[in-house]
Design a protein around this ligand. Structure first.
Ligand code: ADP
Ligand code: ADP
Length: 221
């Protein structure tokens, strides 16, 4: 069964149709790249998927249910909607403690996720305002991984990463997908997602323009 199922999803904001009859699925063990220019409707789709904004019509489900109906959603779905939305005055470790508290998770995985994303103990003791964009992305991913979720929803996780950072992200997400986890990640840059994603959903003006395996879509150009 599909881990993520977006079915005829439409979201309007007044006169603006941010998402217009969007349908796609992501299967277990897949990394799906959600690709489109700024304003295409990627964030709105992801916000609907994780219950932050209601669809105008259609459905968005994860693990077979609407996110808000999942038991222990923090343990099932890891979310990063804005890596830069951290508290700049907090340290990396404090950020993870706060996230654990908010999500109702225990603190036992904090060291594990710091190691998983490659933040050193010294970096975890530094305030987030001293972090590079790449370190903020790593911390955002660490927050998403805290509950050891089966599904990850990441909005623009490669934004501002250098080629090394993108290769790191690819390897991390590949390891997770290889153990059966499912990833949906958005980007406005093809060269960033094509290295990472197994499948692509191309979106523009709120509508799906094309979707399929990354290889198949790019060979057809
Ligand atoms: P993307 O993530 O692809 O950049 P968004 O989903 O953020 O696209 O935005 C899609 C469209 O919906 C844009 O035209 C944007 O201005 C509009 N939009 C998004 N959120 C809101 C909101 N809360 N209120 C009004 N318009 C919005
Ligand atoms: P809240 O901040 O309480 O979630 P909003 O629905 O206004 O309330 O904002 C949701 C997200 O959409 C925010 O990230 C905001 O920056 C963005 N947003 C709000 N209005 C617009 C708009 N007209 N165009 C694009 N994005 C918008």
């Amino acid at each position: 069964a599909a881990m993520i199922n977006i079915s005829h999803l439409t979201r309007r904001y007044g006169p603006v149709t941010a998402v217009d009859d969007v349908s796609f699925t992501v299967e277990p063990g897949q990394v799906c790249g959600f690709l489109g220019p700024n304003g295409a409707g990627k964030s709105t789709t992801m916000r609907c998927l994780v219950g932050l904004t209601p669809p105008t019509s259609g459905r968005a489900t994860v693990l077979g249910a609407e996110y808000r109906r999942l038991p222990n959603p923090g343990r099932q779905v890891g979310i990063m909607l804005d890596a830069t939305a951290q508290h700049p005055g907090r340290t990396g470790r404090e950020t993870l403690r706060i996230a654990a508290l908010v999500q109702g998770l225990d603190r036992s995985r904090i060291d594990a996720v710091l190691e998983q994303v490659g933040l050193t103990p010294a970096e975890a003791r530094a305030r987030v305002r001293t972090y590079s964009l790449g370190m903020q992305q790593r911390l955002g991913i660490a927050v998403a991984l805290l509950g050891d979720p089966r599904v990850l929803v990441l909005d623009e996780p490669t934004n501002g990463l250098d080629p090394e950072g993108i290769a790191w992200m690819r390897d991390l997400l590949r390891r997770l997908a290889d153990r059966g986890d499912t990833v949906l990640l958005s980007s406005h840059l093809l060269h960033e997602v094509e290295q990472i994603a197994d499948t692509l959903v191309l979106i523009g003006g709120g509508r799906v323009i094309a979707s399929g395996s990354t290889e198949e879509l790019l060979d057809g150009q």
